[in-house]
Design a protein around this ligand. Structure first.
Ligand SMILES: O=c1ccn([C@@H]2O[C@H](COP(=O)(O)O)[C@@H](O)[C@H]2O)c(=O)[nH]1
Length: 278
């Protein structure tokens, strides 16, 4: 097993994106995809699926995002597969982003922080997704651990699903929209530690946010199966292209189970994204 990369998160992320492009590809072992790949709905099927994805993407794509829910569905055996998947991605030089969407009161958040971002934790990833809807400040333990261990976080701001709009666009007591206040808090924290806090902003529609003050990474899910296209990215994110990480899961994964075909689908998608953002 290789040593953890001690460079600051900002440097690790920027060098991965410079070398491999901006795609974040997902490992989302949906039951329908297991069927399509001829795999059983068991931990063995899950492991074969995840291992094939690691083999296809790990040496090629900058950021790979296992969706934790599909591993949790198999209980402790699924979590063990997730642990191995995260470790194997790092061995191949990809950044592993655990899509766990954690968020809780501060004291519990400290436990989540240790689990997903702590050195030596079996589930430690390079970055994790967080939900700020128990308060952005409640995420502080995770931000502190990430800063200390050269890892990153991506905080939900304006999600890709249509149901998120009512809550995320609503206006808080300071007269600022809820999602916009997440953007402001993230920008403020990044003045201390560059790029530490990324945002999740869906690519599926105009997000209506002012990202002008925010210089960190933006994970943009919704390309492919949810309807957004690579060519939508430039108009949805007109001023935020350097560290934009469009996430594509199902529309690439449907190219499996042949690892070469999967890799080719990821590379084609990445090239489309790079051409659209040029
Ligand atoms: O706003 C959000 C936040 C996270 N996701 C996650 O991204 C992938 C998208 O998968 P596709 O197959 O490309 O639709 C999935 O893991 C979601 O849970 C999101 O879609 N939107």
């Amino acid at each position: 097993m290789s040593e953890p990369d001690a460079r600051p998160w900002s440097e690790r992320l920027r060098s991965a994106v410079a070398g491999r492009g901006r795609l974040c590809v997902g490992i989302d072992p949906h039951p329908e995809l297991l069927d399509a790949w001829g795999l059983p709905h068991t931990p063995v099927g899950l492991e074969t699926f995840a291992h094939t994805c690691v083999e296809a993407f790990g040496g090629e794509v900058a950021v790979v995002k296992p969706q934790v829910a599909f591993f949790e569905a198999y209980g402790s055996a699924g979590i063990a597969v997730l642990e191995r998947t995260l470790a194997d991605l790092v061995e191949l030089g990809a950044l592993a982003l655990a899509d766990a969407k954690r968020g809780d009161i501060g004291s519990t958040m400290a436990a989540y922080a240790g689990a997903w971002l702590g050195d030596g934790s079996p589930l430690a990833a390079d970055a994790v997704t967080l939900s700020p809807y128990l308060g952005f400040d409640a995420l502080a333990p995770a931000l502190d651990v990430a800063a200390r261990t050269s890892r990153g976080v991506f905080v939900l701001a304006r999600t890709s699903n249509p149901e998120g709009g009512d809550l995320q666009r609503s206006v808080g007591s300071g007269g600022v929209g809820v999602a916009q206040s997440v953007v402001a808090a993230a920008a403020q924290r990044n003045r201390e530690t560059a790029d530490l806090v990324g945002l999740v902003v869906g690519a599926t529609r105009g997000h209506g946010l002012d990202l002008g003050e925010f210089e960190g990474p933006v994970l943009a899910p919704g390309v492919g199966a949810q309807g957004a296209t690579a060519s939508d990215l430039a108009s949805v994110f007109p001023d935020h292209r350097e560290l934009l990480l469009p996430n594509v899961s199902r529309s690439v994964l449907r190219a499996g189970p042949d690892p070469a075909a999967l890799r080719e689908a990821a590379v084609r998608t990445r090239d489309e994204i790079e051409a659209a953002l040029r």
